[in-house]
Write a protein that binds this ligand. Structure first.
Ligand code: BGC
Length: 344
């Protein structure tokens, strides 16, 4: 199903596409930013809950700056000093976070109209042509993002891109989840599990120092389910610097695998995150002040949390971090799955 989703300040008409499966799940995505707008999941009482934060129309997404449901690129997360070297050449990016580049730095992918290239029953593909020099990055990149809803209640996001010159790339989705429902206020009472024995330590500007720190004995340990709010205010330097959880976890294993879970006792909704990527930013919405959201909801600090699967932040400056160089003509291909279940 497709409907109008408002008009941007440039006069572009946005559309909202809904996809339903046979299990009562439904998602809605817009071509404005290739953004995930709604995720309806039946809860333990079979009541549909929309478990992602968002706005009612493209206008909201255009004004907002906290990346609700956003497709982020060309390089999600931070690049220290807003510059990097590739093949002996220095590339300057826009510094939009303490002298560093965050989420592309400028002219954000989530604030552009994407092209709808394929709209099917259970999936939709958006594309964006990111020209050579876009945001300061080399190479013209053709980017495709596919959202698919399966009969197993999996929301699959597939990223595919090819650049005509060597470049760096790190695409992610910045959805904020609240499994008690998007308008239910804090997410701090919900539980999270992250299959990671270590995280990347970061400085006061959230740039990794290069150190991989074992989570053992720290508030960063989510190897077993833990209530998100339990230790978020702990007097632990890295947490204090991040103003809450806003760090990259070094995910155990490799290849497509389960990496995290979240659950709400209130609705019984459980979400499992799977990815083929090495890292994940678990970000607890520490910087949301007040956002006028869907259906009159007001979102504040920590009303939703993000599971941003990724190459490690600032990987281009750290030899021992995998990625994010993509060679000319080679496919960038990665998938992240958010799967929903109900626990009684
Ligand atoms: C970053 C945060 C940032 C937020 C913006 C997250 O991916 O890690 O530091 O403030 O995005 O909404």
């Amino acid at each position: 199903m497709v409907s109008g989703f408002g008009i941007t300040s440039k006069g572009e008409k946005a559309k909202l596409y809904s996809i339903k499966n046979g299990k009562g799940m439904e998602i809605a995505v817009t071509d404005y930013g290739a953004t995930l707008v709604k995720v309806f999941v039946p809860d333990k009482e079979n009541v549909l809950q929309d478990v992602v934060l968002g706005y009612d129309s493209a206008e909201g997404y255009e004004k907002g700056d906290v990346y609700f449901g956003a497709s982020v690129g060309r390089v999600a997360n931070r690049i220290g000093g807003a510059s990097f070297e590739l093949n002996g050449k220095t590339y300057k990016l826009t510094a939009n976070a303490d002298g560093n580049s965050l989420h592309g730095g400028c002219d954000f992918y989530n604030k552009r109209m994407w092209k709808t290239v394929k709209a099917e029953d259970r999936s939709i593909t958006f594309s964006l042509c990111s020209p050579d020099g876009d945001q300061g990055y080399p190479g013209k990149a053709d980017i495709f993002i596919t959202y698919e809803l399966t009969e197993d209640n999996e929301l699959k996001i597939h990223y595919h891109a090819v650049s005509d010159a060597d470049t760096i790339m790190n695409l992610t989705n910045h959805s904020y989840f609240n499994l008690s429902g998007h308008a239910s206020k804090t997410a701090l009472d919900q539980e999270v599990m992250i299959a990671a024995d270590a995280y990347t330590r970061a400085d006061a500007e959230s740039i990794p120092t290069g150190e991989l720190v074992p989570v053992d004995g720290t508030p960063m340990d989510f190897r077993e389910y833990k209530v998100i709010g339990q230790e978020i205010e702990a007097d632990y330097e890295d947490l204090v610097l991040g103003k809450g959880y806003d760090h990259n976890w070094v995910l155990n294993g490799n290849g497509m695998r389960p990496v995290a879970r979240m659950r709400s006792k209130e609705t019984g909704i459980m979400m499992e995150v799977m990815t083929d990527l090495p890292g994940m930013q678990f970000y607890t919405g520490n910087f949301i002040i007040s956002e006028a959201g869907k259906e009159g909801a007001e979102y504040k600090k920590r009303h939703g949390v993000c599971f941003e699967t990724q190459y490690f932040p600032d990987a281009i400056h750290k030899e021992h971090f995998e990625g994010p160089v993509v060679k000319a003509g080679e496919a960038y291909d990665t998938t992240t799955v958010y799967k929903f279940l109900v626990e009684e």
